[in-house]
Design a binder for this molecule. Structure first.
Ligand code: UD1
Length: 335
C-alpha cells in the first residue's frame, strides 16, 4: 500500500482529498498545524471512511520538525495543501504569506531531494492566469502578474517546483483550481471559514442561515450578460478526485514531463447572479442581497478549458452545480 503525506489534510480541500485517498486504498498520513482547521475533522474522516489516518500536528515552517517527520516516516507521495489562502490578508501581511507558503514548500522539497522521494502534487490556482485574454482558459494561457502576495506564492511555488524537477529529477503536478465549493454528501466535512467569509458560497450559505444579514454582490457593471462576474465553481469532491488521478499518473509514471500542470474546473462559467438564483431554486431559501461596487482585484470572467485534464488525467467532473450548492447548504445547516 502506498503511503501518501497530505499536508493541510484537515482543511477544506485537504479533508475531502484524504477521504478519496482512503477510499482508493491509499495509506494516508496527515500533517496539519490546525491554524485554519479543527482536529474534529479527523474523527469525521474516520466516520466517513471507517479508517483513521495518522496525524501529526507540525508547523511546516519549522525545518527541524519537518526533517524529524521524514526521518521516521517513509512516504511514497505528497499532496501539499498546507498554505495561507486569504487574498486580502496576504496584502496586509505579505511576509507571513511568503514565509509560510514558500518556506514550507522549500523544506518539503529539500526532504524529497535528500531522501530521493518522488511524486509531488501542488495546490495551485487559476489566479495565476489573472484576467485571461481568451475564454475558456487553457493551460497555455500566459501567466499574468499576480494581483496579491497570495497569488504570487502560487506562481513562485510553481516555479520552485519546476526548477526542482529539472535539477533533481522530481516528478510533480500542479493543479490549478478554479472555484472549489460544496461539501461531502454526508455533510460530515465541509468548509469552515474563519470569521467573516471572503468567498461567495460560504457568504451565501451564512446569509441564508441568518448569520449574515445580507450578501453584497460585488459589481453588476462587468462586461458579462447580466453584469456580474463569472467563475467556474467546482464541487470539492470532484476536485478531490482530480488529486487521486494526478497521483496515480505520477505513481504509474504516465506523466509526459517532470513537471505538469492542469486546470481543474468544470468548464462552465456561472455569474454571481446565476449562483444566487440557482441557490434559491435548489434550496428553496430566499437570499437577501444587494448590488455594491466592484471588489478590488476581481477579474471579469474565469472558467476552465478542461480538455487537457480530462484527456491526460482520465478525470472529469461528475457533479452538477446544483448538487454542489445543495451540499454546501446541508453542511451549513449542520453547523
Ligand atoms: C478567490 C481568490 C482566488 C483564490 C480563491 C480561493 C480573489 C481576488 N481571488 O477567488 O485567488 O484562489 O478565492 O477560493 O480574492 N463575490 C460577491 N460577494 C461576496 C463574495 C464574492 O459578489 O461576498 C463575488 C466575487 O466578486 C467573485 C465571485 O463572487 O466575482 C467569486 O468570489 P470568491 O468566492 O471570493 O472567489 P474568487 O474571487 O474567484
Amino acid at each position: 500500500m502506498k503511503k501518501i503525506l497530505v499536508t493541510g489534510g484537515l482543511g477544506f480541500i485537504g479533508s475531502h482529498t484524504v477521504v478519496e485517498l482512503l477510499n482508493a486504498n491509499f495509506d494516508v498520513v496527515i500533517i496539519d498545524d490546525l491554524s485554519n482547521s479543527k482536529i474534529e475533522v479527523l474523527d469525521s474522516i474516520q466516520e466517513i471512511t471507517g479508517k483513521k489516518p495518522d496525524f501529526f500536528n507540525i508547523d511546516l515552517r519549522v525545518k527541524e520538525k519537518v526533517n524529524h517527520f521524514f526521518s521516521e516516516n517513509h512516504i511514497d507521495g505528497i499532496i501539499h495543501f498546507a498554505a495561507f489562502k486569504a487574498v486580502g490578508e496576504s496584502v496586509q501581511k505579505p511576509l507571513d504569506y511568503y514565509e509560510n507558503n514558500i518556506g514550507s514548500l522549500v523544506y518539503l522539497l529539500q526532504e524529497m531531494r535528500d531522501r530521493k522521494l518522488d511524486n509531488f502534487i501542488f495546490s495551485s490556482s487559476c489566479t495565476v492566469y489573472g484576467q485571461a485574454d481568451e475564454l475558456p482558459i487553457t493551460e497555455n494561457a500566459p501567466i499574468k502578474p499576480a494581483e496579491s502576495p497570495y497569488g504570487n506564492t502560487k506562481q513562485i511555488g510553481e516555479e520552485i517546483i519546476k526548477d526542482t524537477c529539472k535539477a533533481n529529477g522530481l516528478n510533480a503536478i500542479a493543479l490549478r483550481y478554479f472555484n472549489p465549493i460544496g461539501a461531502h454528501d454526508t455533510a460530515k466535512i465541509g468548509e469552515l471559514p474563519l470569521g467573516v467569509p471572503q468567498n461567495l458560497i460560504p457568504y451565501v450559505t451564512q446569509t441564508a442561515a441568518g448569520i449574515r444579514e445580507q450578501l453584497s454582490i460585488f459589481g453588476d457593471d462587468y462586461d458579462t450578460p447580466d453584469g456580474t462576474a463569472i467563475r467556474d465553481y467546482i464541487h470539492v469532491v470532484d476536485l478531490a478526485k482530480a488529486h487521486i488521478a494526478a497521483l496515480q499518473r505520477l505513481i504509474e509514471k504516465k506523466n509526459d514531463t517532470n513537471f505538469e500542470f492542469f486546470n481543474v474546473g468544470t468548464g462552465k462559467g456561472s455569474s454571481v447572479l446565476e449562483i444566487v438564483k440557482a441557490f434559491e431554486n435548489t434550496t428553496q431559501q430566499n437570499l437577501n442581497y444587494k448590488i455594491v461596487g466592484r471588489r478590488e482585484g476581481d477579474v471579469t470572467a474565469a472558467y476552465a478549458d478542461t480538455t487537457i485534464a480530462n484527456e491526460q488525467l482520465g478525470w472529469k467532473t461528475e457533479k452538477t452545480l446544483e448538487e454542489a450548492l445543495l451540499s454546501a447548504w446541508k453542511w451549513q445547516e449542520k453547523q
